[in-house]
Design a binder for this molecule. Structure first.
Ligand SMILES: [Zn+2]
Ligand SMILES: [Zn+2]
Length: 441
């Protein structure tokens, strides 16, 4: 996930998928429970090791090596070095059936840990030229450990497995350093699905705003598309006492920011889906009595629908160029200015189909429909290629209010390790149910 998430308003929807009489629950698989009970302690140990040794995006060398070593030990033939440090392996079942992919992300964040855990990270690194602490503040240590456990369980069942499972250990979900490419989009660009096109892809995220023991999922859009923009307003420098002697880019920028507020409030159908346009930084000028040459504005756009996303790009560019022109200035609007993340879209039919499997893991009343999340995920790139389902695994421990608990990306983000077992069981139950149901069709 790419931003500090706003509080999650969980709705145990009266209209949604929680109507008592129609709730379908699959049978919890005894083989999944048995396998995860055996693996739990090992998965916790892996997670603590990753937690203590976090690596920034596109620098996941050690993590990738640990993953590859484990997969080799299981008798798999992992491919390494995909999109820098990505690791991929395929488990071929003993019986024919569909293909699925399971994804875990491996990178950590430039955050100085303040959890006080005995295995807290003391690692530092360089980020944008500054020395920073490094922490698994988004919980990707848990995702990697969970998928390693899932791999081991699936290999043990390989003979009877009806189909094939691709394991994707992905680097750089949080975003590659400036000037580098990375993450899901680069893995796909390097041909991840070229020779193995899955019929479905599944992924999970541990989530502070849900209590441990719950799972959050919804069909359709789940997490926002996230796009950065940069607008330069170019005027002409002059003395502050003689504004008529130049062109003031500060006043033009002020108008531009005000006008941009009407893009969402007046021109976007927010009855359909929400959207956000936020300015995050304004840079311009050096001294109180000099009107500068130019002002730079940067910000973010969040949307849940591709057409709305494109419309806001056009609108913001228009507002920037025309407001600047009305002030005699000029705008160079890069909207967006780099590849953003698309909407994380859960295939509605696939999600409806897999809901009973998730309910089997935690109980029908513990699978809840979260509100739309303004945070973004690069899992969205896989979801653009094949039907996908991404779900949240509650990570905040009993006795702590998930609403006020430090969120993902916080230096105090605290993961209840019971969520590792739940994540593992959820991925296994979903995978086995999907493979067997599809094969039986
Ligand atoms: Zn994140
Ligand atoms: Zn994340």
């Amino acid at each position: 996930m790419k931003i500090r998430l706003s509080l999650l308003a969980v709705c145990l929807s009266a209209t949604g998928f929680a109507q008592a009489q129609s709730v379908q629950v699959a049978a919890a698989r005894p083989e999944v429970i048995a396998a995860t009970q055996k693996l739990d302690a090992q998965v916790i140990a892996w997670r603590r090791d990753f937690h203590q040794n976090p690596e920034l995006s596109n620098r996941e060398q050690r993590t990738a090596a640990k993953v590859a070593e484990h997969l080799k030990k299981l008798g798999l033939q992992p491919q390494t070095g995909i999109a820098h440090h990505g690791v991929v392996a395929i488990i071929k079942g003993g019986r024919s059936g569909p293909r699925i992919a399971l994804r875990a992300d491996m990178d950590a964040l430039p955050v100085t840990e303040q959890t006080g855990l005995p295995f807290a990270s003391k690692v530092t690194s360089e980020y944008r030229g500054e020395k920073v602490g490094v922490m698994h503040a988004c919980g990707h240590d848990a995702h990697t450990a969970i998928l390693m456990g899932v791999a081991e369980a699936l290999v043990a069942m390989q003979k009877d497995l009806p189909g094939e499972v691709m394991l994707i250990f992905q680097p750089s979900e949080e975003g590659a350093p400036a000037g580098e490419e990375g993450g899901a989009s680069l893995m796909l660009k390097e041909g991840l699905f070229r020779n193995f096109k899955p019929d479905a892809v599944f992924g999970l995220h541990v989530f502070s705003t849900l209590p441990v023991g719950t799972i959050g999922v919804r069909g359709g859009p789940l997490m926002a598309a996230s796009d950065k923009f940069t607008i330069k307003v170019i005027g002409r420098q002059t003395h502050g006492s003689r504004p008529w002697g130049g062109i003031d880019p500060i006043v033009a920028s002020a108008e531009l920011i005000s006008s941009a507020q009407s893009i969402v409030s007046r021109r976007t159908d927010i009855a359909k889906l929400p959207a956000v346009v936020s300015f995050g930084a304004i840079k311009g000028g050096i001294r109180y009595n000099i009107i500068p040459d130019e002002v730079e504005l940067v910000g973010t756009i969040r949307t849940f629908d591709e057409d709305m996303r494109q419309a806001i790009f056009r609108d913001l560019k228009n507002v920037a160029e025309h407001t600047a022109a009305a002030n005699g200035a000029r705008a160079e609007a890069q909207v967006p200015d780099e590849d953003g993340n698309p909407v994380t879209y859960n295939d509605p039919a696939l999600t409806a189909r897999m809901l009973p499997s998730l309910r089997a893991v935690v109980g029908a009343d513990k699978v809840i429909e979260p509100s739309l999340q303004m945070g973004a995920e690069d899992f969205s790139f896989y979801a653009k290629e094949v039907p996908a389902m991404f779900f949240f695994v509650g990570a905040t421990g009993a006795g702590i209010d998930p609403v006020t608990a430090p969120s993902n990306h916080s230096p105090k983000f605290l993961l209840d390790e019971a969520s590792l077992d739940i994540g593992m069981r959820a991925l296994l139950q979903v995978s086995l149910d999907y493979l067997q149901q599809t094969q039986q069709k």
